[in-house]
Design a binder for this molecule. Structure first.
Ligand code: 6PG
Length: 242
């Protein structure tokens, strides 16, 4: 799998380019067909969602989009830590996104129940290919420790778990999480890593150049089987890629 790496001088230009990519994916859908997207959480997507809310609200037929999440913190949907709340506050409420197209992870439930329920919900609402749900697009972030979704280095084996979504834990805070596994991520038609900021320079360079502790980084395990893998990176995070 070759890495398709796009480096941008500013987060704004990264957001603009990613938004154009999303519009391009939508344009390829037949009339009435829905685009299924699994969003990432954390702070990086905020700038992308803010850009979309400001510049693409009218350019995208949001009825055509079904929104899911690749991971969620085990907190209520109105908790400041919630990835759903972040997305709702920054994007969904600004574009009147149809509630019926939102499939959030129920972080308020016990983690096992939340993971099992979401696995079932994704199975019921995302087209299948090769025995697993096949998202049109999975967005991923990258932690400076190499985690992605909510699969952290100390639980790297979760990536190969046979379930679609699993209970996980942030080892630094002890916060319980629900995370997609490689069975979901690697089956997507398109996987896009969004990586910004100087804190990610070293870990990104290790992953792309396969050096240092790259094999200990969960993000290194992403290997999209048939789809494509792209990295949307700002110049700060990409400083080590030359
Ligand atoms: C989450 C994310 C997580 C995130 C990385 C990067 O729920 O926190 O899904 O995988 O993408 O931790 O986070 P930042 O974008 O905040 O650096």
């Amino acid at each position: 799998m070759s890495n398709n790496i796009k480096v941008y001088d500013t987060v704004e230009s990264l957001a603009k380019s990613f938004t154009a990519y999303l519009i391009e994916l939508l344009s390829k859908k037949k009339h009435g067909e829905k685009l299924t997207i699994a969003l990432s959480g954390g702070s990086t997507p905020k700038a992308i969602f803010e850009y979309m809310a400001r510049h693409a609200a009218e350019k995208i037929n949001w009825e055509q989009v079904l929104l899911f999440w690749g991971d969620e913190r085990c907190v209520p949907p109105d908790d400041p830590e919630s990835n759903f709340k972040m997305t709702k506050d920054i994007l969904l409420d600004s574009i009147q996104f149809p509630d019926t197209n939102v499939f959030r992870i129920q972080g308020e439930l016990p983690v096992e129940e939340a993971a099992n329920r979401y696995s079932q919900r994704v199975l019921e609402n995302v087209p299948e290919a090769g025995g697993s749900p096949q998202f049109d697009l999975v967005l991923l972030g990258l932690g400076d420790d190499g985690h992605t979704a909510s699969i952290f280095p100390d639980q790297i084996d979760l990536y190969d778990n046979s379930n679609l979504f699993v209970p996980a834990k942030n080892p630094y805070s002890g916060q319980e999480r629900v995370s997609a596994t490689g069975r979901v991520i690697d089956n997507a038609n398109s996987v896009v890593f969004l990586v910004t900021g100087g804190a990610k320079t070293t870990v990104l360079s290790e992953i792309i150049h396969k050096k240092g502790d790259w094999q200990k980084h969960p993000a290194s395990k992403v290997s999209v089987s048939k789809g494509n893998l792209s990295w949307y990176v700002d110049s700060a995070a990409g400083a080590g890629l030359k």
